[in-house]
Design a protein around this ligand. Sequence first.
Ligand SMILES: O=C(O)C(=O)C[C@]1(C(=O)O)C=C[C@@H](O)C=C1
Length: 302
Amino acid sequence: MTYAYLGPEGTFTQAALRRVAPGGQGRPFPTVPAALDAVRRGDCEAAVVPLENSVKGVVPVTMDQLVSAELHITAEVEVPVTFTLMARPGTGLDSVTEVLSHPHALDQCARWLAEQLPEARLRPVDSTAAAAREVAEAASAAGVAAVAAPLAADLYGLASLATGIGLRAGAVTRFVSVAPAWFPPARTWLDRTSLLVNPGDGPGRLVDILTEFCSRDIEVSRLHSWPTGDRLGSYRYFIDIDGHIENPPVREAVSAIAGLGAGARFLGSYPRWGRRPEELVHTGPAGAPVSLPPTRSPHPGA
Ligand SMILES: O=C(O)C(=O)C[C@]1(C(=O)O)C=C[C@@H](O)C=C1
């Protein structure tokens, strides 16, 4: 099976592809929309694209594509992201005047870059590996460095100037594999379902939608608003819930939401990444009871 991915070789997305489809053949594309277009045209059977990062949140270009694409999520994978500053061999840290990377990576390294290279110009490019490749191939790369995965330094013959420069150790990015909308992968009992819901106007409509899940004991693991573009304050919601669309309660909840007059689009059911069966055992409320501050007396001094 051929997978389109955000390339070139050495991106975090390629690392994700290797995890999600170890035997899959990868074909690099310069941008997320180009990778997804290749699937829509039928040139590739699926694509692996970044969806959200544990430090900086969603990847906007992928969210936009999921809104408009007739594609379904068929798998997810989490990849740890650690960032290295790299340059042509012989370049010293004090001579760096320009740093290239994917905007999400520049963002995650912003604090380190501001402290260590306050004068450097930050230039966003299409991916971390595209930055490394540009530094390696530029006719004159004096003073230019890239922020990319450690592996990219080896791939493009660059020297590492600093490692682990991201804001948070332990950062991870969630990637998804998307394919034309046929049938979802079979139920594993440790699945997730993604939906795109437009509640429409009116008070309490989002609450009504969420009630359809919680009244059936379905966990909502993600709720993310995304502008409809019609006017300020008008949103759709990306909703992830635990369970496969073939589970009767999930199916009933989704039909009930449609019955509420809300626009609901099924974005896919797929195995949850890295969840252990014991995590599904319902253990009751976690943590200590919430303690509320004492209520203020309506009659001070009384
Ligand atoms: O540029 C890459 O290497 C990517 O795979 C893209 C991407 C992103 O879109 O956030 C993936 C993970 C990191 O958070 C930084 C960049």
